[in-house]
Each structure stands twice: as C-alpha cells, then as structure tokens.
Design a protein. Sequence first.
Length: 381
Amino acid sequence: MTEAAAAERRATRAPLGAPTRPGLLRRVLSAVRDGLYRPLAGDDDRVAYWLGHVRIGVIVSEVACWSVVGYVLLTGSPGRHSFAILAALALVIVACPCILLLPLSAMMRDSRGPTLFYVWSLAETAVVVLVTRLDGGSSSPLDALLFLALTYAAVAYSPYGVVAMGSVMTLSYLFVVELPGVTTAGLFFMVIMGSFTLICAMASANSWAIYDRQVLLIRTQETLASTDPLTGIPNRRAYMERVAAAVNAAAWGHQTVVCLVDLDGFKAVNDVGGHAAGDYMLKSVATALGGAVRETDTVARLGGDEFAVLADVSVTFSGEMLAERVRQAVAAVGAASGVTASVGVAEVQPGDDVEDLMHRADAAMYRSKSAGGNRVTALAC
C-alpha cells in the first residue's frame, strides 16, 4: 500500500467507537419508540375492549372533577372558591366527553391510540398539579388524583408508557408544586409516587404478557385447525375458505381454477409397505404439488389420498396446463411405487356456489379416474 493510499484510509476511517455509539443510540431509541407505541388492537374484539376502556376513563375523569368541585366549594381549603381551579375543572368536564366523538375504532388500530392516551394523561397531569399548587401545594389532598391517573395508565399503557407517565407526573409535581423549596411531605409524596410507578409498570408488564400468550395460543389453535397434521399443508376447512374468497374475487375479473387430485395406485402402497410407506408417499406428494405451483397458490389435503389445488391462471397459462404440471409432478414422485394422479379441473366463475364448483371439479376428476387414471379432465361450466 502506498503512503498516499494509507493516508487516505486513515483520513476516512471513523474514530474508535464511533460506529457503535450511533448504532447503540438508534437501537435504544427504536426500542423506546416500539415500547411506547405498541399496537393496542389488531382485531375487532380488542378494539371493543379499548373503546370500553376509553368510556370508563371519561366517566372516572368526570366523577373525579365533580368531586374536586365539591371539595373546593364545600370545604375550607386554601383553594376554596378559587376561580382558577373551578375554570380548570370546568374545562375538563366539558372536554372529556368530546373524546368519545373521535374516530376511536380506527385510532385504536394504529399509533393514534397510544397518542390519545398519552395526551390525555399529560392533560390530566397538568390540571392535577395546577389545582394542587393553587390549593396549598404539598398539604393539599388533591395530589392523590395523580395516583388515580397512573392507575388508569397502568391498564392502558405498555410498561414503557407507565414509566414515562409516572416520571412525568413525579417531575411535574416537583417543578410545579414543590419548587423552589422541597418540603418533607412533598419529598415523601414523590418517593411513594416513584414506587407506585414501578408497581404499575410491573402490573402492566404482566397484563401485556398474559395478552401476548393468549394471542399466541389463539393463533396456534387457528393454525392447527386449518392445517393437515400429516403433511403440514392446509386442510379441507382452510381450502374451502380460500375457494370462497376466490369466488368473490372472480367478480372482479380474477381468474382462478380448482384442481382436485386423486392418487391412482395408492392402496397398493399401503398394502405392500404398510401405513408408514403410505404416509411417506402422501408427504412426498404434498411436497411435489407445492413445487409444481407458485407460492401464492394453495395446495391442500382434503382427506385420505385426495388433494386439491387452487391457483391463478391467465390466457397464456390455462387451468389444464396447470393440471398437467400437477399430474407430472405426482407421476415423478410416485414413479417407483406406481402412483399417479387423476386430476379434475373446474374454472372459478363469478357467483359460483362453492359446493357446485367443487362438484364440477369432482366430476371431472372421476372422469379421469374412470378413463384409466393418470390424466387430466376439464369440464365446461
């Protein structure tokens, strides 16, 4: 390496530690962002849960405000009949129900949901520390409303959000209520508030962990309910659902075909090699069919030695061409055992009844079977 090249390399080389520091900072910021803005709802049931949570929050806020109004008007507190306190409470009483006018169902599905709760908590915090300051500071019982707000947050927010809101509430109390001097009562309050924040964060973490396990369990059950346990491909239930979707898509010009595949000579495999050999053949056929179609197409096992394919077609690639490719794939994998395939093809038409569509494909498959097997038959609509 020449001296000039070495000098250029030294000049362009980043200082030691420079590449890792921005990378670490980005990872931390990304983790915090993901933690704060964790999606609240991915389905209608979860959306309904959060809508109920918002309604409860509005009710609790209204009850708390009216309780403070009674406290200000009926007690001899330092904030007795304070216009500023009553004005702040009136603003909350009027503004809180307006939250219900927002498009909450849509908001709970994206980042607007967490943002709504964060803004709500920040507004509550501002009002609580303000009225506490006007009512005598650390000697006022109104600071207890921060615990109420944080408890509500623990149910709504992720652990990151709970810690963030608890920290904001504690710091707001310090700067608005306590400073410039810090009282013993105020210091005690902030210590308890910090401890309560940690407890709420733990409760939030447990709640979200339980929810995650429930979601995982539901998804696992759904996968098992729609998957053939032997071959690992979709079963009849999943296949019929996709055929119904293909019928709906046909109304928009989407061209799809149904191919029913019945194995020829499969009984002999079971008779000679036993069920283990038969199972191996079924798994091999499933793999071969998957390799004969595109990833966007569906290969399913309907039961026994009957398979089905749902695939997109076009003017240049017809359903019969696809079925012939399927037949060849089965013939190749079953050559040593004498296994072939009788294939029936039916085009998906707009307005098709799913059962009628499957019956057309089934009739075509039986024609192939009756003609000696190892062939393709397509029936006109």
